[in-house]
Design a protein around this ligand. Sequence first.
Ligand code: DX5
Ligand code: ZN
Length: 224
Amino acid sequence: MAKNPIKIAPSILSADFSHLYSALDICEKGGAEYIHVDVMDNHFVPNLTIGPVVVKSIKPLTKIFLDVHLMVEHPEDLIKPFANAGADGITFHVEATEEPGLVIDLIRSTNKQIGISLKPQTPFSMIEPFLDQIDLILIMSVEPGFGGQEYIPSSTKKIKDIHQRLIEFGLRDRILIEIDGGIKLTNAEEIAKAGAEILVAGSEIFQSENPVKTIQKFKALGVT
Ligand code: DX5
Ligand code: ZN
C-alpha cells in the first residue's frame, strides 16, 4: 500500500528571531506545507511571543500557509488583527473563552481556516458541539507555553480516539487533525499512524544541524 506523506508545520517559536527570514527560507527549501506561528499572551500561558506585526512582516516573504496558534485569553480580540496581518488559518483554545461559537463565527467572517485546540487534560467533549463548524482540531501533546518539552505519551491514544469519533460522525474527511508538542523524527510515524495528518515540530527542526534536511526527513516518513 502507498504511504501517505506526513504534512509538516515547523514552529518558528524555536527559530532564531533575529533571523526570521532564514527560518522561512528553511521551511520553503524543506518543502513544509505550513508555517506554525505560536502566539502567547502571558495570561493563558506563562510566556509572551509573537503579535500581528510579526505576521504582517513575514507574510510577503513566503507563500507557505501561515498556521496561527492563539494561546491567548480573549481570542475574539485578536481574530481580525491576525487575519488582516496575513494568517491563513487561525486556531484558538476552547479553554480560553466562554463563547467558542462566537470566536468560530469571527474566524469564519474572515474566510480563514477555523481551528480549535485542546490542552492535554481537556476532553474531546468540550469541542464536540462545534465539530460541524470547524476545519481543524489541534491536539496539544505538551502543556502549551514553551517549545522543547517532552511528548506526553497518552496523547497518542487521544489522537486515536478523536480520529475514531470523527469517523463515527462522518466528519473525518472534512476535519484535519494536527498535533503539537514534543514531535521528533523518532515518534512522528507512530503519531501519524494514530491519525494525525499535520505534525507541528519546533525544536527538532530548528535546533538540528541541518533544519532543511530534518524537514525533508519528516516528509519522507509516512503512514501505510
Ligand atoms: C507549545 C507550542 C508548540 C511548540 C512546539 O506551546 O504550541 O508549537 O513550539 O515545539 P516543540 O516541537 O519543540 O515541542
Ligand atoms: Zn503551537
